[in-house]
Design a protein around this ligand. Sequence first.
Ligand code: PEP
Ligand code: MG
Length: 365
Amino acid sequence: PTSHTAILARGLGIPAIVAAAGATGIADGTNVAVDGTSGTVTVGVEPAANSADLPPARAARTHVDLAGLGPGHTKDGHPVSLYLNIGSIKDVRTGAQGVGLLRTEFLFLGRKDSPSRAEQHAAYLELFNAFPGARVVIRTLDAGADKPLPFLALPEEENPALGVRGLRTARLRPEVLDDQLAAIASAAAAAACEVWVMAPMVATPAEAADFAARARAHGLQHVGAMVEIPAAALRAARLLEHLDFLSIGTNDLGQYTMAADRQDGRLPDLLDPWQPALLELIALAAEAGRAAGKPVGVCGEAAADPRLAAVLVGLGVTSLSMAAAAVPAVHAELSARTLRECRELAERARDALDPAQARALVSRS
Ligand code: PEP
Ligand code: MG
């Protein structure tokens, strides 16, 4: 569920199931019902005569209207900003509170050369201007591993997820990062929104300091890092000495915490975002943010699960970012819970033995 194919499908509102063993054995022409929410595939169903027969919530998903929802908050009024994860202009929805993760890989896909500063400036400005007055958190290029980008000519690796990916690519191609930061800064200066910039795959305080210095040298004022590596969560307080905010990428933090490849469909139990070990690391990062008085959000797929969103708020995260389709349900769940309840749920989930028990303890309330 956290592979990029699944993330793209979710962003498009397409019901999808991954790792459906035996799917290739279904005979051509068989009618199949796919329920992406429950993860069930029913083979040999009668086709619905028209889309009016579909449950309305599902039919509506591709046309999410966020206008009128208002800012996210708990039942007792504790604010929790609900932002969008976007990867291109097609993901933009009006009425959103802002963007918590703008993935920039779209500009670099299928290229032989890096896009010029002018091209990047134009693309970023168009996206920034879609959110006037709001906050847009843009992430610098996250190439490598599950997002291979040929133009970087990264060396072949046995274990690309543990190799030169994310911010690490700047060790080999520093000019690519500098061009991107220059383009982000010039677009930010021309835009009518508040631009925050963050780096993917930061592991150490030294990397955080180096990225912050580079970004600030380009005039960017709000600089942060993603927490995707357990080392970053464990040392979040040290990272925050150099940064203005953190954003927890639970997709990668989950895979690195459990040493389970997020693209490996055979390990769903280990990649489950309800893993108590993952929740412990999130709590550490959130606590570091609270102590420093700096925001710590979640922008991985975990934020899109309404119950887990309440747990994340209870762990202390200050914002949640997700595909537009997930916002209404998360908004509704948080509006129905006080902050105190969220904290109680978080306690239970953290104390659970495994994801199944964590879910059961939370859903009982
Ligand atoms: C994450 O790792 O949780 C994340 C949001 O980044 P990506 O899915 O793009 O790796
Ligand atoms: Mg990631």
